[in-house]
Design a protein around this ligand. Structure first.
Ligand code: CA2
Length: 146
């Protein structure tokens, strides 16, 4: 069976590769999606890659993943630091969750040091740039037993 992994991205990540490359690197979100899709084939996973600037949309997608995905990789963006709603939705999802941050949030402003999502995540990857996504996908393959 091919497991489906949903890769969810929060606010402003649509700007990836278009601004602040010194923090977030040169790749666009479409580039990251393509890398993940290529790796998913190798790992015998199916990926669905989504981005929204809206908290409620992300909550809805997490609910949809309950019936459709074996695992979730999520970069909640700034909502990591504020959203109990996303934490609650992830707590209603049964499979593994991996949290990704492109930047090392612990080296940045104090308000980025806490993430509500981290208490639900099996693993947190921060500071590896956009390589964090394929790293997360490889670990996800192990967690779902692929
Ligand atoms: O490091 C990460 O991946 C973050 O989740 C990115 C969020 C930030 O609020 C978190 O603290 C850490 C911001 C995403 C903004 O993405 C942009 C990308 C390019 C240009 C402007 C924003």
């Amino acid at each position: 069976m091919t497991h489906a992994i949903h890769i969810l991205n929060g606010p402003n990540l649509n700007l990836l590769g278009k601004r602040q490359p010194e923090i977030y690197g040169p790749l666009t979100l479409a580039d990251v999606e393509a890398r993940c899709a290529a790796l998913a084939g190798e790992l015998r996973l199916r990926t669905k890659f989504l981005q929204s600037n809206w908290e409620g949309q992300l909550v809805d997608w997490i609910h949809e993943a309950r019936d459709a995905a074996a695992g979730i990789v999520i970069n909640p963006g700034a909502l990591s630091h504020t959203s109990v709603a996303i934490l609650d939705a992830l707590n209603a999802f049964d499979g593994p969750v991996i949290e990704v941050h492109i930047s090392n949030i612990h080296k940045r402003e104090a308000f980025r040091h806490h993430s509500f999502v981290s208490q639900r995540a099996q693993a947190v990857i921060a500071g590896c740039g956009t390589d964090g996504y394929p790293i997360a996908l490889r670990h996800m393959a192990t967690l779902v037993g692929q």
